[in-house]
Design a protein around this ligand. Structure first.
Ligand SMILES: *Cc1c(COP(=O)(O)O)cnc(C)c1O
Length: 277
């Protein structure tokens, strides 16, 4: 399957399907400059300081050789959705000193992998996982920056805590002393209905503000916004946008592999991308 036909068939394909694949250092610089310019413009519209908005490039599915080129263009932190893929890349690119962020749902039995190499974990969503991560981190003698993932869209296909459960979950996290709670993370509704997308971001901001008031969310950072919606996310208060396709180019792997149609489907998934057979 070609990249373009995969993008066309993806149920979650972006509203602007024209992401060109970055191959050279110059390609990466051009894409990065364009994304940063859009971040700056969105921040300005919102009356915010653009330097408080972090750009986390999302490198999932991109082969290691192209990640070396991306690094040469100045990309020093990379977000990955799947822990095995992230760990393999971190090992094969260890000479570069990239900072790895795991941004996808994690099964408890993979906590040890994250504890071994990740610099940050953005998808914390259960006490069981917090416990498993903390045990592994304590054993390794290290800490980990974490974001708590919230299902702000109500879509059954999305991971994360229900908004109503966030306050109690945050209040329980100090028991896991190796986890440094930095903020909240979400994937907004996958829809062209912009009002619905913006409502996800305002739910997050209200949860964050309440948690700051309660003193349970560390710095109160907000990780939200991707290639298709990062400008709205910045206007909604995001401090970390996770951008893949607008930097690296359109993905051949359908997003349904990363965001299964249902949580049950995810329980039985294998570590291999789906084939066309
Ligand atoms: C893939 C992914 C992104 C980036 O999506 P793009 O459309 O490539 O910008 C952001 N967050 C998560 C959790 C992802 O899995």
């Amino acid at each position: 399957m070609t990249e373009s036909s995969a993008a066309a068939q993806s149920p979650q394909s972006s509203p602007s399907p024209s992401y060109t694949t970055a191959v050279t250092v110059e390609d990466f610089r051009r894409n990065l400059d364009a994304v940063r310019a859009r971040i700056d413009a969105a921040a300005k519209r919102a009356g915010r300081d653009a330097t408080e908005i972090r750009l986390l490039p999302v490198s999932k599915t991109v082969p290691e050789e192209r990640l070396r080129t991306a690094f040469a263009a100045g990309i020093t932190q990379m977000g990955e959705n799947k822990v095995q893929e992230a760990q393999r890349k971190s090992e094969n690119l260890a000479d570069l000193g990239i900072s790895w962020s795991v941004i996808g749902h994690l099964q408890t039995n993979k906590a040890k992998n994250v504890a071994a190499f990740a610099d940050e974990f953005q998808a914390l969503d259960s006490p069981r996982l917090a416990g498993a991560l903390d045990r592994r981190l304590q054993a390794a003698g290290r800490g980990l920056d974490v974001y708590v993932q919230v299902n702000s869209s109500g879509e059954p296909s999305k991971f994360g805590l229900e908004p109503d459960d966030v306050a109690d979950f945050l209040a329980a996290l100090p028991a896991y002393s190796s986890l440094r709670v930095r903020g909240l993370m979400t994937l907004a509704a996958n829809t062209s209905n912009e009002a619905r997308v913006r409502e996800c971001f305002s739910i997050m901001r209200r949860l964050r503000d309440a948690a700051l008031e309660a003193g349970t969310v560390g710095d109160g950072l907000l990780s939200m916004g991707m290639s298709g919606d990062f400008e709205a996310a910045i206007e909604g208060g995001s401090t970390c946008v996770r951008v893949g396709q607008a930097i690296f180019g359109a993905r051949a792997t359908p997003d349904s592999y990363y965001w299964p149609e249902s949580s049950e489907a995810n329980q039985s998934q294998t570590d291999q991308p789906p084939t066309n057979s």
